[in-house]
Design a protein around this ligand. Structure first.
Ligand code: 8X3
Length: 247
């Protein structure tokens, strides 16, 4: 091994490791980039492996396939993570904007599955490694986890659920020297609305038209900062909206 290769291997082995879920686009991809720029070794997890591999290559990280709604996939992912100092539970999302009267039960189940149970599965699988590292979990909730709105009930219920779970994790894990934080972003211009409106580009664009929207990088900067705070400091919850969005 050359001296340079040895130095790189040593650096890799001693670098703090951040795991980011839902890292193939939007807030997850931007967070992976921001953390890598801050010196973290980043492990990216998402279903879209090719997109993620390109980002991993760009930032010197690792991409591992992950479907947070599938226990087998989460177990296989966790087995490949040797060290975890930071877990950013970013995978999640909304499907539909229908009134309760027209609710689609399968879509509600899917929202609970990805936002709540997905976060549970990944956190539970990585907790032993996080404990070893006196680590930190950042859960990506939403303003939808604070403020209900018409058409939002399924997503509201999932994000309120995620916020409740985050609080309980904070209570249960504080004594074990783990830090637990929650970010509640408002309107961020990403694929979020395209997914919510089941691929309808026009409807998705309307959400962001003529408004001051946040960029994924704005939230990534919050992730980076929260993770960079000294170990005695825990950011409990951070609500971030564009200047013209009041919740
Ligand atoms: C999404 C937040 O404000 O776009 O999590 O509904 S908002």
């Amino acid at each position: 091994m050359t001296e340079q290769a040895h130095k790189q291997a040593h650096e890799q082995a001693t670098k703090k490791v951040a795991v980011v879920t839902g890292a193939s686009s939007g807030i997850g991809a931007a967070s992976a980039r921001a953390l890598a720029a801050d010196g973290w070794h980043v492990i990216l997890g998402a279903r879209r492996l090719e997109r993620m591999q390109a980002i991993a290559q760009e930032i010197g990280g690792e991409a591992i396939a992950l479907d947070v709604s599938d226990q087998g996939s989460v177990d296989a992912f966790a087995e490949q993570v040797q060290r975890c100092d930071l877990l950013v539970n970013n995978a999640g999302g909304a499907i539909g904007l229908d009134a309760v009267a027209d609710a689609n039960v399968e879509e509600w189940q899917r929202m609970y599955e990805i936002n709540v149970l997905g976060t549970l599965r990944v956190s539970k699988a990585l907790l032993p490694k996080l404990r070893e590292a006196n680590g930190h979990i950042i859960n990506m909730s939403s303003v939808a986890g604070i403020a209900p709105y018409a058409g939002g009930a399924g997503y509201n219920a999932a994000k309120f659920g995620l916020s409740a779970m985050t609080k309980v994790m904070r209570i249960e894990l504080a004594e074990q020297h783990l830090r637990i934080s929650e970010i509640n972003p408002g309107r961020v211009e990403t694929d979020f609305s395209l997914v919510r409106f089941r691929g309808d580009q026009q409807q998705a664009e309307k959400v962001y038209a003529d408004k001051l929207n946040l960029r994924a990088e704005d939230i990534a900067e919050a992730v980076r900062w929260i993770a960079a705070c000294p170990a005695h400091m825990n950011i409990d919850r951070m609500v971030i909206t564009p200047q013209d969005q009041v919740i």
